[in-house]
Design a protein around this ligand. Structure first.
Ligand SMILES: Cc1cn([C@H]2C[C@H](O)[C@@H](COP(=O)(O)OP(=O)(O)O[C@H]3O[C@H](C)C(=O)[C@H](O)[C@H]3O)O2)c(=O)[nH]c1=O
Length: 183
């Protein structure tokens, strides 16, 4: 696996080597050692899978507050999505900047999203499935969210967002006094 830095500190794209033969393909989807520069001494504590049916559907933007802030490794195992991270870290030079990347079962890329960054995605191919590896346990009491259409962030979704959950349309807009989350 090869780590590619982005302009947002701690936010990486991971390339995966796909080994093909006459039977099909094999690829390593996680390696604590090969992702060491992104993970440090963090360990994976929980893995989840989501399937999202409708093209254009958006889930996000989610994060967990400290002390249950988490690094999240996201990979598209079926279909194709536009995956986005937003830097919410107080004092970060890229505060409220976002970075998007297309993840698909074809390109085998993974997005490594550090603590203090919100995550969301939009479905580009029907019935897309995502695998999430989390360095913290799910903690509803520490869940936070930013609107997918937050004007202070300005995410350029490839398609008009549809099929959002009531929770995701219910996230508050950021007021002028929001200066970031502390880790
Ligand atoms: C994360 C999680 C959720 N849940 C329950 C809570 C809800 O009843 C249901 C769906 O949860 P939520 O609407 O928060 O999930 P998504 O909107 O699909 O969020 C997912 O997609 C966005 C883009 C992310 O970044 C989240 O990390 C990822 O969980 O599963 C659990 O029971 N366990 C869990 O670990």
């Amino acid at each position: 696996m090869k780590l590619i830095e982005t302009e947002i500190e701690g936010l990486f794209i991971a390339e995966t080597t796909v080994i093909g033969d006459e039977r099909g393909t094999f690829s390593r989807v996680f390696c604590q050692e090969e992702l060491g520069d992104a993970l440090g001494d963090r360990v994976i504590r929980q893995a989840n899978v989501s399937m999202t049916a409708a093209v254009g559907a958006v889930r996000g933007m989610h994060f967990q507050y400290a002390p249950r802030a988490e690094t999240k490794i996201v990979r598209c195992i079926e279909g194709q999505v536009y995956d986005v991270a937003v830097d919410l870290r107080r004092g970060s030079p890229t505060f409220l900047q976002w970075h998007g990347v297309e993840l698909s079962s074809e390109n085998g890329l993974a997005f490594i999203i550090p603590e203090g960054c919100a995550h969301g995605f939009q479905v580009l191919k029907a019935n897309s499935r995502l695998l999430y590896l989390h360095t913290e346990f799910y903690s509803p009491a520490h869940e936070g969210g930013v609107r997918y259409d937050e004007p202070r962030v300005g995410i350029a979704w490839p398609l008009p967002p549809v099929h959002l959950s009531s929770r995701d349309v219910g996230h508050p807009f950021l007021d002028a006094n929001f200066h970031g989350v502390d880790l």
